[in-house]
Design a protein around this ligand. Structure first.
Ligand SMILES: [Mg+2]
Length: 119
């Protein structure tokens, strides 16, 4: 069982990810609704995996990813992107994101991304 932190400003999106990830036996250790909360919760909960939305208020997913990587270079971060964000996605992969999921996603894509980073 892995510890998973969800960072997304959409409550509905957080709920969907939580349901899918808990469904394959992992534990959600925190939910952040912006990048600043994401960094704080990462430090507090030291999760095995983070799902990171790109577009969020306060601090976006790219800057949150960078801050987390500065704290823990081995962090396993899965980016959650929407259509038309390929430039930002490239930035995220350069900054060390391990996997990505594109909205709207099927549960299978989330499950595969989680399995991939746990390898
Ligand atoms: Mg968002």
């Amino acid at each position: 069982m892995a510890k998973v932190l969800i960072v997304d400003d959409s409550k509905m999106s957080r709920r969907m990810l939580k349901t899918i990830i808990e469904g394959i036996g992992h534990e959600i250790v925190g939910e952040g609704s912006n990048g600043e909360e994401g960094v704080k919760l990462y430090k507090e909960t030291q999760p095995d995996i983070v799902t990171m939305d790109i577009t969020m208020p306060e601090m976006d997913g790219i800057n949150c990813l960078k801050a987390i990587k500065e704290f823990d270079a081995n962090a396993n971060v899965i980016m959650v992107t929407a259509a038309g964000q390929s430039a930002k996605l490239m930035d995220a992969l350069k900054a060390g994101a391990k996997e990505f999921i594109c909205k709207p996603y099927e549960p299978e894509q989330v499950i595969n991304a989680v399995k991939e980073v746990l390898k």
